[in-house]
Ligand binder design. Structure first.
Ligand SMILES: [Zn+2]
Ligand SMILES: [Zn+2]
Length: 110
């Protein structure tokens, strides 16, 4: 008998045995694949996560001979457990370019 359950390339994880969809599928999105128990029929099955990648482009100010309109820098995260060095990010309002750089945490930035 043909399997009538739609369980491939679905928006949620769908049990291939009973067709029950898991409404907490997003919790598994960080993994490539794994094993899961159906909350309904309690059988275990394997899942595979398919990622969709999208790209965006923006023109670059410097390529057009313009200055970047930097916003920031903003402190983004600590480097391991050091408190004297921080990672900062600045972003251009025109071309959306982002620059990351490390700097001593001497000044309290934005
Ligand atoms: Zn099931
Ligand atoms: Zn720019």
């Amino acid at each position: 008998m043909a399997n009538e359950i739609e369980h491939e390339y679905t928006n949620e994880i769908v049990c291939p045995y009973c067709g029950e969809s898991n409404n907490e599928s997003y919790e598994y999105a960080d993994d490539d694949c794994g094993e899961i128990d159906c909350g309904y029929c309690e059988r275990s099955f394997n899942y595979i996560v398919h990622m969709t990648i999208k790209y965006s482009t923006e023109t670059d100010c410097s390529a057009e001979g313009k200055f970047h309109a930097w916003q920031g820098p903003y402190r983004v995260f600590e480097y391991e457990d050091r408190t004297d060095v921080w990672c900062y990010i600045r972003k251009c309002l025109n071309c959306q370019r982002e620059d990351y750089f490390w700097q001593e945490a001497t000044l309290e930035m934005l």
